[in-house]
Design a protein. Structure first.
Length: 192
């Protein structure tokens, strides 16, 4: 009876350490599907890795759709129009060396800078609004997103986690908790 109480400190500390590591595995990988209780979603379901996979696929699909929609949008506040305006202003700023030419009148210098910046603007516009959507359609980017969804198997990630992270982290945590429990036993025996 005298030895059972001190040894329970070691068992309790190791159990607490294992539960901490196992709760990490539960948060990351268990459960695989969304769970509901009386019609309301239970928090942290599905597990974090499954939620992030779903989030990634949805984000990629949404970005692709938004880009295609933006290519047809000619309004001033569309994302692609803002990119085109930025390239025009950067090109205009980079062509500042033209204003240093002494043999040209200043109005002609400004027209040349504006003309060259407009060429950069038009090339960018054609690239972003025509060529990139053409490449997306030609190489069927939607198919690659679906392929990422199929190939990004969480079971493979869970296998790597179990093999390379969970196993060693569990051994390390249990050994640290064993030493802490042993220290608790020594302190208990000294105090008693």
């Amino acid at each position: 009876m005298f030895i059972i109480k001190p040894l329970s400190f070691i068992v309790f500390n190791m159990l607490a350490g294992f539960l901490i590591i196992f709760s990490l595995k539960i948060i990351l990988f268990i459960p695989k599907k969304e769970k509901r209780f009386v019609g309301t979603r239970i928090p942290l379901t599905p597990a974090l890795i499954y939620r992030k996979k779903i989030w990634l696929i949805n984000k990629l699909t949404k970005m692709l759709k938004n880009y295609i929609v933006d290519t047809q949008d000619e309004s001033y506040d569309s994302r692609i129009t803002k990119w085109e305006q930025k390239t025009f202003h950067k090109a205009f700023a980079k062509l500042e060396f033209i204003s240093n030419f002494k043999f040209l009148p200043s109005s002609l210098k400004l027209q040349i800078r504006h003309f060259l910046a407009t060429i950069v603007y038009e090339v960018t516009k054609q690239f972003l609004r025509s060529f990139v959507p053409y490449l997306m359609e030609r190489y069927n980017i939607k198919q690659y997103i679906e392929l990422v969804d199929l190939k990004l198997d969480v079971k493979i990630l869970e296998g790597y986690f179990n093999r390379y992270v969970f196993r060693y982290l569990t051994m390390f945590t249990l050994s640290v908790c064993f030493l802490i429990g042993l220290g608790n036993v020594i302190i208990y025996l000294i105090v008693k």
